[in-house]
Design a binder for this molecule. Structure first.
Ligand code: C2E
Ligand code: MG
Ligand code: MG
Length: 676
């Protein structure tokens, strides 16, 4: 059942109400004591004075008890969370009892009071009731009870008095009570609303506090999440950085040696050139190629080869700054030296090469490491990184062919030579097709009879109206592989020309490169040349140089055996200039030894030891001997006297075109005939 608003207002008991009541208690009690004391001792009631003072005493004691109760609330309960009923009832009872005491006091001494005393008492009690209308207003029940007890008995007593002025004061008391009831009702309403608002405020404050706490909590969570996110981000960034560095390292480094790879080196070199552009500081680029690395790989295996490359990389790194050395590929390394001119770069290159030579043991194997180094200088030779590397490479390559193991600097003449080589190489490719290759024949004379015994077929190349020496184009043809076609063409030409010779006494000696011999088609090509020309095989001599001993002996032995089986003669050309193993000489079963021009030319100076030894050896092996490059009759006479079988040289004839050879032969024949 819902309570009426009035009842609610009367019964409303809570901590706020109690707090409002108690917080004003000390003032009210003090006023009570002062007021009751003033009336007790301010007016002399004669015989009733003593009773009055007793009542005063009771009021005083009771007020003090209420004071203690107020103090108890003030100290103990004010800030605590307590059940409001009991303190409220204590306060209620105390206040009502105070009012009762006042009423008893007033009515008891009414008759003995003077008009002034009554008026004063009535005024004080009205003032007390008036004060209570606001101070006790938190409890409507209390304020109504209090003011009623304070004013009504005293006012009614005054109204029923016979004196008009008392009646007047009694009526005024009742009117005052009515207005006080109204005032206290409004005050109560106001307080109630205030309390409600306060409660709402408290709720709002609580709500806000909760919200704030929630916001704080969420913020804290957010902060924690952010920190975790930051941490995760940092971890991620570090990981990305680490992986990027790893990828960068892997993509820039040669995995075996740890040096920069080709791409990374070029980038770095280009950057170094950019830095050097304003001041034109010199930069030397060294292209390093190991000598004999293939042999190390072949002999000791790839593992040892790898270890050698690593050792080389370590050594080279000591001759330049960090990130100034790279592996170009295979056994090629590259180095850039800032502020180094030709002299400094050569000195450092030589020191680096010597340090490589000091690597003597790798993986328990005895190794010997050499290197050929080509140098190009920025900005002298070029201002472009790629061109500089190319020039250093060309320089290395140039020296590698002629004098491996040197440190050479690029020069214009070297460039011209290499350029010429490129020009010749390109020209040589089309030389056969354009019929630029010719064969000339140099007569070989029988020593005793001075008869033409054989001719040596020698290749000639006429390139752009210029005769190119075979000493130039044969090595070029060997390097480019063109020697196969050129050699085969010459073989065919020589066989055809010789087969067409008027009589069958003439043999032809054809120079054969070792690369031709190693070719699987070689025997077939020889057969074809013989078959197509119709030349008797024994009239064909094939000249090989001693260099064949350095190559695959098993194949060469087979080839020579196959040729010998066809009665083709084998000659060792330029004998004495290379390295011949006597046992191999014996095994390969040669027919002819050609003593090199160098020994022939020494012979007039009395230097005949090698020729003598060669002749002895030839005799032992059952070979014929041919002395090459005879230019003087003395040379011819000495060699003939020493027992050389055949003679060849400008003294008898230079290499001649086929027709010129026939003419020469005819002339020779006639003059001999005439002289007989
Ligand atoms: P080679 O086989 O020892 O040829 C002899 C060389 O000595 C020839 O040089 C010849 O012209 C030269 N010569 C002969 N008599 C004299 C002389 O009295 N004095 C001087 N100073 N030189 C003389 P050429 O024709 O320039 O050939 C050089 C080399 O080129 C040849 O040396 C040979 O090894 C190679 N060659 C020439 N033609 C061919 C060929 O068709 N195939 C192969 N594989 N090599 C060839
Ligand atoms: Mg020869
Ligand atoms: Mg020779």
């Amino acid at each position: 059942m819902q309570q009426s608003p009035f009842k609610t207002r009367l019964n409303m008991i809570n901590q706020d109400v109690v707090e409002l009541l108690y917080s004003n208690a000390f003032n009210g009690l003090l006023i009570t004591i002062l007021s009751v004391s003033a009336i007790t001792f301010g007016f002399d009631s004669g015989a009733g004075q003593e009773t009055k003072q007793r009542v005063w005493g009771i009021i005083l004691v009771f007020t003090l008890i209420r004071g203690l109760d107020a103090a108890y609330w003030f100290i103990k309960l004010r800030h605590a969370n307590y059940a409001p009923e009991l303190p409220f009832y204590r306060f209620f009872v105390g206040s009502v009892f105070t009012a009762v005491l006042w009423a008893v006091f007033g009515i008891s001494f009414f008759d003995s009071m003077s008009t002034l005393e009554f008026a004063s008492t009535m005024t004080i009690m009205s003032a007390m009731a008036g004060g209570a209308a606001t101070v006790l207003a938190p409890s409507m029940l209390l304020v109504i009870t209090y003011t009623t007890i304070m004013l009504i008995p005293m006012s009614l007593r005054a109204i029923y008095d016979h004196r008009d002025e008392y009646n007047m004061l009694g009526f005024l008391g009742v009117l005052f009570w009515i207005s006080m009831c109204g005032a206290s009702s409004r005050a109560n309403l106001f307080i109630r609303r205030a309390i409600e608002i306060k409660h709402k405020n408290d709720e709002l404050v609580d709500l806000m506090r909760n919200e704030q706490n929630e916001v704080k909590r969420v913020n804290l969570q957010l902060l924690e999440s952010n920190q975790k996110l930051d941490q995760a981000n940092n971890n991620l960034e570090n990981e990305v950085l680490r992986r990027t560095q790893e990828i960068h390292r892997l993509s820039n480094r040669d995995p075996l040696t740890g040096l920069m790879n080709r791409t990374a080196f070029m980038q770095h070199f280009e950057w170094m050139i950019e830095q050097s552009v304003p001041s034109k500081n010199k930069l030397a680029i060294l292209f390093i190629d190991l000598d004999g690395f293939k042999q190390i790989n072949d002999t000791f295996g790839h593992q040892c080869g790898d270890a050698v490359l690593t050792a080389v990389a370590t050594q080279l790194s000591q001759f330049c700054e960090t990130d100034c050395a790279g592996r170009w590929g295979g056994d090629e390394f590259i180095m850039v030296l800032p502020y180094a001119d030709e002299v400094a770069a050569t000195a450092i290159g030589q020191a680096a090469r010597s340090s490589l030579a000091n690597i003597k043991q790798v993986g328990g194997n005895d190794v010997s490491i050499g290197a050929t180094i080509g140098i190009a200088i920025y900005p002298n030779h070029s201002e472009d990184a790629a061109t500089l590397v190319q020039l250093a490479d060309l320089t290395m390559y140039f020296h590698k062919r002629s004098t491996p193991g040197v440190v050479g600097v690029f020069s214009d003449s070297l460039y011209d030579t290499l350029n010429e080589e490129v020009r010749l190489r390109d020209g040589l490719r089309q030389a056969i097709q354009r019929q630029e290759i010719h064969v000339v024949y140099q007569p070989i004379i029988e020593a005793g009879t001075k008869k033409l015994w054989a001719v040596e077929a020698l290749a000639r190349w006429c390139f752009h109206d210029q005769w190119i020496s075979p000493a130039v184009f044969i090595p070029l043809a060997e390097k480019t592989g063109l020697i196969q076609d050129i050699g085969n063409w010459i073989l065919h030409r020589a066989c055809i020309d010789t087969a067409q010779w008027p009589d069958d006494s003439l043999s032809v000696s054809v120079n054969v490169s070792v690369l031709q011999m190693l070719n699987d088609n070689f025997i077939r090509q020889v057969d074809q040349a013989i078959n197509s020309s119709g030349l008797a095989p024994h009239r064909l001599h094939l000249e090989v140089t001693e260099s064949i001993f350095a190559d695959d002996m098993a194949i060469l032995t087979d080839r020579i055996a196959a040729l010998k089986a066809r009665h083709i003669h084998i000659a060792i050309d330029d004998f004495g200039t290379g390295f011949s193993s006597l046992s191999l000489l014996q095994a390969l079963d040669f027919d002819l030894l050609k003593i090199d021009r160098a020994f022939v030319q020494q012979i007039t100076e009395g230097n005949d030891t090698i020729v003598r030894a060669t002749l002895l050896m030839a005799k032992e092996f059952g070979c014929k001997t041919v002395a090459e490059g005879i230019e003087t009759p003395e040379q011819a006479a000495i060699l003939e006297a020493m027992g050389v079988d055949c003679l060849q040289g400008y003294l008898f004839a230079k290499p001649l075109e086929k027709n010129a050879l026939i003419k020469w032969y005819t002339n020779q024949h006639h003059s001999k005939h005439n002289s007989q």
